[in-house]
Design a protein around this ligand. Sequence first.
Ligand SMILES: O=C(O)c1ccccc1NCC(=O)[C@H](O)[C@H](O)COP(=O)(O)O
Length: 224
Amino acid sequence: MTTEVKICGLKTVGAVERAVELGATHTGFIFFEKSPRNIEPDDAGRLAEHARGKAKIVAVTVDADNDFLDEIVSALSPDMLQLHGSESPERVLNVKAVYGLPVIKALSIRDADDLKRIEPYIGIADRFLFDAKPPKGSELPGGNGVSFDWQLLGALDESVDYMLSGGLNAENIGEALALTGAQAVDTSSGVESAPGVKDLKRMQEFFEAVARGPLQRIAPGSGT
Ligand SMILES: O=C(O)c1ccccc1NCC(=O)[C@H](O)[C@H](O)COP(=O)(O)O
C-alpha cells in the first residue's frame, strides 16, 4: 500500500499544483490568523480548485466557531475538516453533524499518557493526526517543525487510523516510517524555505524519500 501524504499550509497555485503532481493525497489549508500559513477562505477556495478531485482538500482550523466554519465550508467546499485545537469529543460530534464532513482530530503528543487522550475520540473522529507539542512560547498549535518520540506509537492499537505529523522532512521520514509503520504522513515546515513559503525542491525530495520507504539500517558487521 502506498503511503498517503498530506502537504499542509499551501498558499500558492504553484505549490498546490506541484503537491498534486508529486502525488499528494491530501492538501491542507490553514485558517488560523497567527500562522504564517494563514489563508483567507475565498483565496483557499480558488487555490483548492487546482487540487479538487485529485487530492483531498482539508480545512485546518483551531477551536473555530460555527460562524467561521460556515464561511470556510462555503468558500472552500473541503473534503475534510482538521480540528487542531482543544475541541472536545462532543464538539467533534457536533461539527460532523452540522457539516456532514469527515473530521481529522489533531492531538499533540509528548509522552505515553498523551496517547491515552485518543480514547474518548475513538468512533467519533474519522482519523487522528499525531503532532508534537508546540515548543514553549510558540503561538502555533501546529506547523512548528518539531517531532515527538515516534517509538511511543508502538503502544497504539493497530486499528487506530492516523496521520503521522510533526517535524517531518526528507531527511527523517525514512526513519519515521521505519519506527512507526505509519500509512499516512503530514508535513508543512519541513518542505519550506521560510515560514509559510513552500519549497518545490524540498517537496519533491520529501515525496522521493517517502517512495523509498522505511529506512533500512545496515546491521553492524553485516557488510561493507
Ligand atoms: O501549520 C500551521 O501553521 C498550523 C497552525 C495552526 C494549526 C495547525 C497548523 N498546522 C497543521 C498541520 O497539519 C501541520 O502540517 C502539522 O502541524 C505539522 O507541521 P510541521 O511540524 O511544520 O511539519
